[in-house]
Write a protein that binds this ligand. Structure first.
Ligand code: SF4
Length: 291
């Protein structure tokens, strides 16, 4: 049963238009789905694809990753950004081996208990890897529901309980259909109901979209800040980590100092990397990826 006013149209659209992404393959392992979800949290699909393939080639199971030092995960993460996710995946792999016999758990609460796995990722893995019925709310889904159901251009900045309740109310009863709805509505947000230029004329739910019916009123909430990167501490941290990743062994401080002229910001960025466990300061004054 496709029981919400949008699901029949969205599921049919997905059937015809979904991107052929490898982690959506019916044979994709739960581990590969978990890796994809952690990578996709803050990185676009085109950049995730080659990194995901390389990662799974090297570490096809949690046990394979758990057997290596966490620094190798950071090195392999390369330029995907937000590299704490590499440490989280490594910690996930070790926890999965220690507590779950090397198999990604299918229980939502056990998924949520894994390092770095929040409500979204737990719901996504339970739904996409195990076909369960969960509200899976990422930015794409939140935007589609805000427009189609609530009639506003953008969802609130931080996720609200009302959004979760709405997403749960829309979930089809049948778990397999609910899981397909979850990925389909997400894909609709990624490909059609995009943030800046929603393609309403080719949208399968245009006739039932509250925002469109209201004449697409302009957003009037608090200012929406785009993410800047140039000149930020995040950029400095990225450069520092790149030096360490590209070096086979520990790196002397001057090699790190060379990546950024401004010393206060540079030291702050290096301190943050050390505090996050992404870089180890060694006793001889050099720096290395974690062992
Ligand atoms: S009609 Fe337009 S705004 Fe409404 S859900 Fe479709 S693409 Fe989004």
């Amino acid at each position: 049963m496709n029981d919400n006013p949008y699901s029949t149209a969205v599921l049919a659209w997905y059937q015809a238009n979904a991107r052929d992404l490898p982690w959506r393959d019916p044979d994709a392992s739960p581990w590969s789905v978990l890796v994809s979800e952690i990578m996709l949290q803050q990185t676009p699909v085109v950049r995730v694809l080659p990194a995901w393939e390389a990662w799974l080639r090297r570490w096809p199971t949690p046990a394979a990753l758990a057997a290596e030092p966490s620094g190798e995960a950071v090195r392999m993460w390369n330029r995907l950004g937000y590299p704490r996710r590499a440490l989280n995946l490594h910690a996930c792999a070790r926890t999965i081996v220690e507590r779950h016999g090397g198999e990604v758990p299918d229980d939502h609460a056990e998924l949520l208990a894994l390092p770095g796995v929040g409500p979204y990722t737990a719901a996504a893995v339970a739904s996409f890897a195990f076909g369960q019925r969960h509200a899976v709310l990422d930015t794409n889904v939140r935007r589609v529901l805000a427009r189609a159901v609530s009639g506003v251009q953008y969802p609130p900045k931080a996720q609200t309980r009302a959004e979760v309740a709405l997403a749960e109310a829309l979930l089809p009863e049948e778990p397999a259909v609910a899981a397909r709805w979850a990925v389909a509505v997400m894909e609709l947000g990624a490909l059609v109901c995009t943030a800046r230029s929603p393609a309403c004329p080719s949208c399968p739910i245009a006739a039932d979209c509250a925002w469109r019916a209201a004449g697409r009123p302009a957003y009037d909430g608090p200012p929406r800040r785009g993410q800047t990167y140039a000149g930020t501490d995040r950029q400095v941290r990225g450069r520092l980590l790149a030096v360490l990743r590209d070096s086979p062994g520990p790196v002397a401080k001057p090699a790190l100092d060379a990546v950024w002229d401004e010393p206060v910001q540079r030291e702050r960025a290096l301190d943050a990397l050390v505090a996050d466990g992404l870089v180890d300061p060694l006793d001889d004054g050099t720096y290395a990826l974690p062992g």
